[in-house]
Design a protein around this ligand. Structure first.
Ligand code: PGA
Length: 252
């Protein structure tokens, strides 16, 4: 399976100038990971400008950090999956814990968004993960079952699941590769029950939460993840490049 590294810039950086500089510096590192797919998810307002500077690489894609579930209409401030697709996105992150927490996104809304993303031809990256004190299996199973309610096998083929324990995000306290592997195996089991084994095997499981240069490779080697969702470190071009390099070495 082709590994995938997704960069989530969140609401950063502060200016177009900084965004252009950051992207230019990140793009210089892309050659370090010819064996992986690389997805950059900037704030959407930057996309048209950055797109004009994007390298023509087969393994490079744009992603969005959210979408709305309706195709168009009176939804002030929202961006539809169709608009994202039109703007050049291939991926969309759905159900990030920051949106669940600060914007009160529910599993039901997340489910609608996944359906909308599929109809628009986008690949969804569904984020799941427990909060501090919650039991991983209980939370994750509920999030997956509700998030994928009535999602067809065809749509599920376009799906990735990001296991992101909330307590690990931006905290500098990453999940141990051992626990991440346990979560990935559990997610595969839930997917097998929802669909079938073959489809469950096809769906990539990626890890996110305080990924850095030191721990990135371990999520592939020890936790058998198919990819990473990188927040903070995706704003540091050199470090991000070192993550790409450490992954490349695993895929001769
Ligand atoms: P982090 O963020 O790498 O800064 O912990 C990950 C994420 O929120 O996707």
């Amino acid at each position: 399976m082709t590994p995938i590294i997704v960069a989530n810039w969140k609401m950063n950086p502060k200016t177009f100038k900084q965004a252009e500089l950051l992207f230019a510096n990140l793009a210089k590192q892309f050659f370090l990971a010819s064996k992986a797919d690389i997805v950059i998810c900037p704030p959407m307002i930057f996309l048209p400008v950055l797109k004009s500077k994007a390298p023509q690489l087969k393994n490079f894609f744009w992603g969005a950090q959210n979408c709305h579930w309706e195709r168009f209409g009176a939804y002030t401030g929202e961006i539809s999956a169709d608009l994202l697709k039109n703007a050049g996105c291939r991926y969309v992150i759905i159900g990030h814990s920051e949106r669940r927490e600060y914007l009160k996104e529910t599993d039901e809304m997340i489910n609608w968004k996944i359906q909308a993303a599929f109809k628009a031809g986008l690949r969804s990256i569904l984020c799941v993960g427990e909060k501090e004190g919650e039991e991983m299996a209980l939370t994750v199973e509920k999030q997956i079952r509700s998030g994928l309610k009535n999602v067809s096998s065809d749509a599920a083929k376009n799906l990735l699941i990001a296991y992101e324990p909330v307590w690990a995000i931006g905290s500098g306290q990453p999940c141990s590769p051992d626990d991440a592997m346990g979560a990935a195996l559990f997610i595969k089991r839930v997917l097998t029950n929802l669909y079938d084994r073959r489809l469950a095997e096809e769906i990539k499981i990626i890890y996110g939460g305080s990924v850095d240069v030191q721990n990135a490779a371990a999520y592939f080697i020890e936790a058998k993840m198919d990819g990473l969702l990188v927040g903070g470190v995706s704003l540091m071009a050199k470090e991000f490049g070192r993550i790409l390099k450490s992954i490349q070495q695993l895929y001769p």
